[in-house]
Design a protein around this ligand. Structure first.
Ligand code: MG
Length: 466
């Protein structure tokens, strides 16, 4: 009899869902698309791109409708994600150069504290798989992901369009028939160059295999997987399995392969019994690269895209999933930003964020777990080192505007343009005249922010001789 009871108890224990203790530090998986717009996923309304795995992630978790990247282009956005700070504070932005290039000597300063460093100190295994773009470590080894808290790196040091080979024809920008041989991007595993040029048609698949291997290797300890994809940044390449399959054309093929990758990572978490112990967050580093025409994405109903401080430049998809902790199928309409990931994940892991510097992100656990709201006053929109706009509550004031790309000079607005971005997310109807008090309040916030700011010299302007 005793034997039967023990067996039953053992069976019940096996059948019980393996919910973590409330304070058990979760695994953290941050998947970052590159230049994916607000309107490029099915669960954000795209009519022809099919993203069943991301749609499922949203259905089992939380979909943000007002999630912001902290910058309008790649390098500053990544710096903000990992440090929880506006890129102006780390010197990781510049008005003219905008991103690090293949001969840049600068990079994320060593005294910046990254989420990877905080989690590593709490015993997490850490990996960065994909596009780094926070320093060219072949020029300065201090800029390697391993010097910023990552145990392991597999990927490209920068964007996939930064190393053109001599075969690349002039004026190939935006073309859908790009040849992999036109590019000479190096692929690294840790410090070792494994392939040059990287075969870009298989990058998404190989990143995914590496990510799944990392999850399996670290299934019995907490881990942080930072997975910044190379795509859908132009030039676009999809593997044979996805090529010419999407009704949206090559851009759709590439996004559908990214979606496959997300599905594969989620399947690995489920297979290892880790899904209920893992917070997965999916987002994009900035809006769609509209000047690439059909090869660029879509910001949906938002104005402009990558490079711009109109909503289309910074408002991006944001999906959070943690079964058992985040309400399934929820839609989050409160504003949140990429800078929030650092303090939020640090707290979940039991780490303290640095107290000796401003951290601009806030802990969004209350809205993730349905336990209240988040104390956020303002959000500032920078283009390079210049503050172009600020949001407070439903209102956004533009003091400067300029298209994301093109020869136009910045246009100053005094009084600022004012939009209610909840009533008017496309920013079509200037309501400044009706709300002079709001304008005054936001201008005062901007002045306070600028007065408190200690901006170091930019890391983006130093370029080594060829
Ligand atoms: Mg980007």
């Amino acid at each position: 009899m005793r034997h039967i009871i023990l067996t039953l108890a053992a069976l019940c224990a096996l059948a019980a869902p393996s919910l973590p203790a409330a304070d058990e530090p979760p695994n953290i998986v941050v998947i970052l698309a590159d230049d994916l717009g607000y309107g490029d996923l099915s669960c954000y309304g795209h009519p022809t791109i099919r993203t069943p795995h991301l749609d499922r992630l949203a259905a089992e978790g939380m979909r943000f409708t007002q999630f912001y990247s902290a910058a309008e282009v790649c390098t500053p956005s990544r710096a903000a994600l990992l440090t929880g700070r506006y890129p102006i504070r780390s010197g990781m932005c510049h008005d003219q150069f905008r991103v690090l290039r293949t001969r840049s000597t600068g990079g994320l300063p060593a005294d910046e504290v990254t989420l990877a460093e905080l989690l590593k100190a709490r015993g997490y295994a850490t990996a960065c798989i994909g596009k780094w773009h926070l320093g060219v470590f072949s020029i300065n080894s201090a800029h390697h992901p391993k010097r910023h808290g990552f145990d392991h790196f597999f990927g490209l040091p920068h964007s996939n369009d930064m190393d053109p080979s001599p075969q690349r024809p002039q004026g190939a920008s935006g073309r859908l028939d790009q040849d992999p041989a036109w590019w000479n991007s190096p692929l690294y595993r840790d410090e070792e160059l494994v392939e040059r040029p990287a075969d870009q048609t298989t990058l998404t698949r190989r990143y995914t295999e590496e990510a799944v291997a990392f999850i399996r290797q670290n299934k019995s300890r907490p881990f942080f997987l930072y997975f910044p994809h190379t795509f859908p940044h132009v030039p676009l390449f999809a593997s044979e399995r996805f090529k010419s399959k999407s009704p949206r054309g090559l851009f759709g093929d590439v996004v559908e392969e990214l979606d496959w990758s997300v599905g594969h990572v989620l399947e690995a978490l489920r297979a290892e019994g880790l899904d209920k112990k893992t917070l997965v967050f999916f987002t994009s580093d900035n809006g769609p690269w509209l000047i690439q025409k059909e090869a660029g994405g879509s910001a949906g109903l938002l104005t402009d895209g990558k490079g711009s401080t109109w909503e289309g430049g910074l408002r991006v998809p944001g999906i959070a999933c943690w079964p058992g902790r985040i309400a399934a199928g929820s839609t989050q309409r409160e504003m949140a930003t990429m800078m929030d990931l650092m303090p939020t994940c640090a707290k979940l892991a039991g780490a303290e964020v640095p107290a000796d510097r401003p951290i601009d992100g806030v802990d969004i656990a209350p809205i993730l777990f349905g336990k209240g709201s988040v104390p956020r006053e303002t959000f500032f929109y920078y283009r390079g080192q210049q503050l172009y706009a600020a949001r407070k509550g439903v209102y956004k004031a533009h003091v400067l505007t300029r298209p994301g790309y093109g020869p136009e000079k910045p246009q100053a607005h005094d009084p600022p343009l004012l939009f209610d971005v909840e009533r008017d997310p496309g920013e079509h109807y200037n309501v400044a005249a009706a709300h002079p008090d709001v304008v005054k309040e936001i201008l005062a916030d901007i002045e306070r922010h600028k007065a408190d700011l200690k901006a170091p010299p930019s890391q983006l302007q130093d370029v080594a001789a060829p």
